[in-house]
Write a protein that binds this ligand. Structure first.
Ligand SMILES: [Zn+2]
Length: 305
């Protein structure tokens, strides 16, 4: 080969290599993994397992209803920047489900509820109940899924992720036992939990309380006058003392129930506000998963006991 050909070949090769897509940008040594989650409950679990090795951002803050949530421009930036994404799945993130599925083709995006064993889920035929965090034991089943995703992304710290997941699981096991103990102090005929929407079915199933929501498993569906009338009849008939407002849902419907019962001579109080689909403010104990569950249980027990 003549030298000019060799030179030409070298130039073409160099140009081609320059245009070819390089390997995915690697993090510098010591740089944290960037993780984005939808709900605060998921962010809490992920942060416990990833510890100092990751920065975790939850898109949905206190009081935010995930069923109705739409991703903002800033959310999309975060999702695009993220190394890993964790979301609830089971269509909790109604309007965002499509965006999350699309991102899953480019990077690890794990819908935790979608990966839980079918037998452990509440199935309504057309849909699964997405509110899996209310059965503490069921929720702890998401920890190995989070740990596995982290290990696949960052194998060098696999032991840390396993240890952290085991430690957090112990805390959840203790919490589960405590919730059972507390709920057992409510007289059996008062074990009815009335809320704005059906977020507490897993809670009811796990801890032995009948659950009645005015709206279905999503806040997208509307409640009607008939739902209110039926609820009033049930509460009056069974002499239920309290109903509960949810932090992420309007209290309008429940106020109508309280008024309806009063018209029939039965006094019902609003037993308090429960954190259903979002945790409390970050600077409050309810701003953690453990604190949120404890707060809800204390509120329910005090009002119904
Ligand atoms: Zn909900």
């Amino acid at each position: 080969m003549r030298p000019t050909f060799i030179l030409l070949f070298a130039i073409v090769a160099a140009l081609w290599m320059g245009c070819a897509p390089g390997p995915a940008p690697k993090r510098k040594p010591g740089e944290k993994i960037y993780i984005v989650t939808t709900t605060g409950m998921i962010a809490d679990a992920v942060q416990h397992i990833a510890g100092d090795l990751a920065t975790v951002d939850a898109l949905m803050g206190p009081g935010v209803d995930p069923h109705l949530y739409k991703a903002t421009g800033s959310d999309l930036n975060k999702l695009n920047k993220a190394d890993l994404i964790f979301y609830n799945g089971l269509h909790l993130e109604g309007k965002m489900t499509e965006v999350l599925a699309k991102l899953g083709k480019k990077k690890p995006a794990i819908g935790l509820g979608d990966k839980l064993p079918e037998a452990n889920l509440i199935n309504y035929g057309t849909a699964h109940d997405p509110h899996i965090w209310f059965d503490v034991k069921l929720w702890s089943g998401t920890l190995p899924l989070i740990a596995d995703a982290l290990k696949a992304f960052d194998a060098s710290n696999a032991i840390t992720y396993t240890t952290n997941a085991d430690n957090y699981k112990k805390e959840l096991d203790e919490l589960h036992a405590w919730v059972q103990q507390e709920m057992n102090t409510i007289p059996p005929d008062q074990r009815v939990l009335v809320t704005a929407h059906d977020a507490f079915e897993y809670f009811g199933k796990a801890y032995g309380i009948e659950v009645k929501g005015l709206q279905g498993i999503s806040t997208v569906s509307e409640y009607g006058l008939k739902d209110v009338t039926n609820m009033v009849d049930l509460l009056v008939g069974r002499k239920i003392k309290a109903v509960f407002v949810e932090s992420s849902v309007s209290d309008k419907a429940l106020k109508a129930v309280v008024e309806g019962a009063a018209d029939k001579g039965h006094t019902i109080t609003i037993g308090g506000t429960l954190f259903s689909d979002a945790m409390g403010a970050a600077d409050k104990p309810e701003g953690t998963y453990l604190g949120m569950v404890r707060y809800n249980v204390k509120t329910i027990v005090e009002a119904l006991r």
